[in-house]
Ligand binder design. Sequence first.
Ligand SMILES: [Zn+2]
Length: 298
Amino acid sequence: MSKIPLPRVVKRPLVRAWNEAHRLGWLARDYASAIASGRHEHCTVCGKTGRMFYRRRVIPPRLVQLWGLTERQAEALARKESCDCANCGAKLRARRMAEVLLDLYPINGRRASDLRTWAGSHEAGRLRIAEINRIDGIHETLHDLAHFHPSDFIPNAHRGGYVHGVRHEDLDGLTYEDDRFDLVLTSETLEHVPDLGRALAEVRRVLVPGGSHVFTAPVAPHVARTFPRARLRRDGSVEELAPPIRHPGGDVGYQVFTDLGMDFPEILRDAGFETEVRFGPVSDDDLAQVYVCRKPTG
Ligand SMILES: [Zn+2]
């Protein structure tokens, strides 16, 4: 059957309507699934109690295959990368980071119930915070704090420069001065930096003594020892040391330079941090740990 070409003026709204219908279809399914499984929780980011949307499809089969994940691990990873709050959209990993921040920084000695409430306090307003790469949910909640410094990795941008109002920072070499921040936030970023050791040294450098790096990272339970999957050559090209993996698609997305294994906490301690693993240990059923790395005061 021959296709009848549609004029662009008709095609565009049709495609938009199709995509929107598709999105609403998924949303309806997510809602039904959340109701069926009784996932109804308090959100530590926005403070609302509501449905959390588990979406197994966020971890594609190609990523599972390339990374060698079992179905159990893939489901745990899908929980980490979804279970979005119906109200604010924060994923499980962002909500757990929020929980850790509430523990670390009480208001008048008391733990706030959620990050939104916390962000309205004087204590939060005084903290100097760097967010290296946007963390959905947390970014919007902390955005209006007086000393909140968000940045993103923007390819080909000038380090420390702005593109459409967004500052470009690269963990391979931050442009911030030494001892600049009380708190550095990253989420699922360290594995994409060509030199993990250098990235950790950079975070340590910009933290004040006693300051903390609070972050999530993809540590796999079946990887005993951390290893480089790729490295950058001097000319800027990438040398593959193991079959390449990209996030989130497997073949598509951001290149993984380091596969993080079960020795990751040791690596963090060797990089000069007092390290705590929250929601640990890493297991086949829970991959959503939050790491707290404190720069020693001594
Ligand atoms: Zn929420």
